[in-house]
Design a protein around this ligand. Sequence first.
Ligand SMILES: Cc1ncc(COP(=O)(O)O)c(C=O)c1O
Length: 451
Amino acid sequence: MSTSDVTRRQFITAASAAGLAATLSRSAWGRSPATADKLAALGGEPVRKGGSWPAWPYRDAQVIEAATKTAQSGVWCRIDAPQTGAVATFEREFAQLVGAKYCVATGSGTQALHTCVEALGIGPGDEVITSPYTDPGTLAGILAARALPVLADLDPLSFQLDPQDVERKINDNTRAIMPVHIMGQPVDMDAIMRLAKQHNLKVIEDACQAHLAVHRGRKLGTIGDLGCFSFQSSKTLGCGEGGAIVGNDEELVERCYTVHNHGTSRAGRTEVAGPKYRMNEFEAAILLAQLPGLAERFARRNENAHHLTARLQACPGIVPQKLYPGTEAGTYYVYGATYLSEQFADADRRTFLKALAAEGIGMSGYIAQGLHREPWVDHILGTKVYQRMYGATRLAQYREQLACSRCDEVCANVVSMFASGILLATQDDMDDIADAICKVHEQRDQLREIS
Ligand SMILES: Cc1ncc(COP(=O)(O)O)c(C=O)c1O
């Protein structure tokens, strides 16, 4: 029996039990059952008739004032105010917020990841194990250092790196693991840290989606050797483009500072090869202005996500992202679940999403295909530097190892919504989402009529 068979059966058992609970709990939500409804895609009345979602990126009067004041001040670059400027202040406050000793702000999450790889001395000939189910920025940080990104397969229920496959892919050239906390939920960090210790590997957490999420009392990004964040607009803390590195090892974080500052240390000596990846004062000012309400918004997202997850228990066929033991709070950058077509009269995901959209609820498939299926593989395998540094035998084996069938399954079955703004809406709005999904499920036989 394949892993996917087991997974599917697990889903179905869980989903059927939940279905029973659903019927019992429906009236408890105080909303009329939608059983008799015709699907809106076929001319029925939609569950959600208009109504907007909280605007994103977050922008209140303080954010706008911060940008204006920075423009007026003429201090636009961090080196104009090395200790007192917005970037330096943000670094101190962000480190404190996540419980790390040190922080270096960068121009993006990709830049943060690349800086960490360089600062750890990882380069040509070295290998870093990471996930194929992520933003290309994860990969870019490794490729920019001309190291080899080795992709391990996923746990199909959590969409996170499978530690067992990570272990299978460790070899003598492996230097680091880069776990990606996808959708803002923790990877199985107990297992990853155990592996890292056992094999003497560094851990660079890609917490680009995972601001403030907590695993066993520690914020994500502070569990490994270094942690990286993105502040690109869609994130739960955003400034257009921005990033940060956090860590507790002063020497290592100072090396990150030097690398990101075109190889030049705070003392002004140009010491190593390095790009110029500094955050600017506008970005930091906009981020600082959002810090006061950040924890409250984070709590609200968690509250709404828990409500939605509880309601979805009533709907067999939509299985929310699995969370590992030790997960105490999630970022919910993306709210994701697995779509089980067999619970929807075998309608494919596209038809389900179309029916849901007609009910007034937009969801999508999130990442269309894993990075193992993108053309960068042919590009790097064709370059002289990779051919010389890794050799024909390793590169041939590398290509064979790239297959990630469970990632393919996840890409085909996930349904999701970008939740930075959506999960800040009211509980009634969450009920609209759940009601729409449950209605489509209840009327699943009508899905056959949708082309
Ligand atoms: C998981 C993950 N890693 C890395 C990145 C790259 O961050 P940035 O876009 O800030 O460069 C992102 C951004 O979306 C991301 O989601």
